[in-house]
Design a protein around this ligand. Sequence first.
Ligand code: Z5A
Length: 214
Amino acid sequence: MSRGAFITLEGIEGAGKSTVALWLCTWLRSRGLSVRQTREPGGTELAERVRRIVLERGSERVSAEAETLLMFAARAIHLDNLVRPALAAGEWVVSDRFTDATRAYQGGGRGVDVTWIDALAARVHGDLTPMCTLLLDLPVRLGLSRARARRGEEDRFEAETEAFFERVRAEYLALARREPQRIRLIDASAPVAAVQEQVAAALHPWLTCAGARS
Ligand code: Z5A
């Protein structure tokens, strides 16, 4: 049995994370790996309920701090009930978003103190960092136009301004500069096949280590 590995996908809205996640899981399975596809906020029945709370546009105010705590509450549930057990069983876990999203959206986008976010991260998953994070980067206008072409009713994030998503993107890029070994930048403005090629190349060293089929 291969050792488990934790891969996360990040990016602004419409970057193509869901599209990549689906392809990536199939591609990894075709290499003989056991793979779990999941997402944040959510991933388990209870964490998906927290997701609905945090995304819905209700009449009550949800402060940036409350939003941050809800993200970490969902994350703690997700980690205990899905991510850690799957990794312990030797599975590869592919998560559509993780704590970098909190740094980018709540930190960069909403101005929440990043040292507080880091303290919450240390408390909730100090011992667990993704092996590799694929940051799907593209201009905000392109991401929003892709997302808007496909969208139903807007959630609390989808209703945000272009300036908000520019701050989120800038924070993601700053994170990638800080941790270039873990966070691999993918040009998500490219066609789907070219994005898949970049993802495969970024993961190649880890697949070789895991002894996966080529
Ligand atoms: N959030 C947060 O604030 N803090 C946190 O800690 C966490 C999350 C964990 C829900 O996340 C919200 O939660 C999110 C941040 C916040 N809000 N926003 N924005 P989500 O990941 O579930 O929601 P999302 O970012 O809105 O996902 P999305 O819109 O589904 O985006 P995507 O997964 O990156 O895109 P996609 O569905 O794969 O692609 C979008 C469209 O583009 C679709 O029609 C595709 O067919 C098309 N596409 C995809 N790739 C391509 C390429 N390469 N070329 C052309 N067209 C493409």
